[in-house]
Design a protein around this ligand. Structure first.
Ligand code: DC
Length: 225
């Protein structure tokens, strides 16, 4: 009998490493990685390039309806392309990180992307990652995980990540930035209905990336993956 192809929904606080974790869990299970944040980033990038403000819902509706958004596997994770152009790196620029939230708050954008995400995950065998994947997008996912970690640890991880890229930033500045984004996330409405009863919370404060991946893979295996 073929193995069941589960749907796994991963959410996590800012800086919990959810994208890297979701990517590696998907690789370990031979599943697809669905990075929903990348989709919101791509829409924000397209809108900003077209000079469309988040409040211009008419123009946004036309843009979202005509956008060709494609995802393909690459050597180091998903590649994202917009109307045939690779935008994988562009969607991670700080300017996009700063402004994507305003576009992600627009209901018509959310509706369009949620529909697209549900189509992409229709057959299961997917590790979906994002704020609303366990509540709105895949409320019937077999495994729902929330990754949390202490603020200080998240700031130190972020500092180490930046240091590896040759960027030096004060720990206090990073801590304040993450705390502010936590607050923004807590205040935003993703259309969900609170925490799912079957949510598994994983505290990654004392875990390495490999440790978090192993923990989630073990949970998935226990559910038949
Ligand atoms: O996870 P990320 O930083 O790539 O997400 C980018 C933005 O999109 C962030 O502002 C949160 C938002 N987002 C969302 O509203 N719903 C999702 N399912 C995923 C991300």
């Amino acid at each position: 009998m073929a193995e069941p192809r589960l749907t796994i929904a991963i959410d996590g606080v800012v800086g919990s490493g959810k994208t890297a974790t979701a990517r590696q869990v998907a690789a370990a299970l031979g599943y697809r990685h669905l990075d929903t944040g990348a989709m919101y980033r791509a829409v924000a990038l397209a809108a900003m390039r077209a000079g469309i403000a988040p409040g211009d819902t008419g123009a946004l509706a036309t843009l979202v309806a005509s956008l060709r958004l494609e995802f393909g596997p690459g050597a180091t994770g998903n590649r994202v392309s917009l109307d045939g152009n690779d935008v994988t790196d562009d969607i991670r620029l700080p300017e996009i990180s700063r402004r994507v939230g305003a576009y992600a708050d627009v209901p018509l954008v959310r509706r369009a992307l949620v529909t697209r995400q549900q189509e992409l995950g229709r057959l299961g065998g997917v590790v979906a990652e994002g704020r609303d994947v366990g509540t709105v997008v895949f409320p019937r996912a077999e495994l729902k995980v929330l990754m949390v970690a202490d603020l200080a640890v998240r700031a130190r991880r972020r500092q180490a990540e930046l240091a590896a890229k040759g960027v030096t930033i004060d720990l206090d500045v990073l801590t304040q930035d993450i705390a502010r984004r936590d607050q923004e996330d807590a205040e935003r409405d993703y259309g969900g209905t609170g925490r799912p009863a079957d949510l598994v919370v994983i505290d990654t404060t004392d875990l390495t990336l490999q440790g978090q991946v192993d923990a989630i893979v073990a949970l998935a295996r226990a559910r038949g993956a």
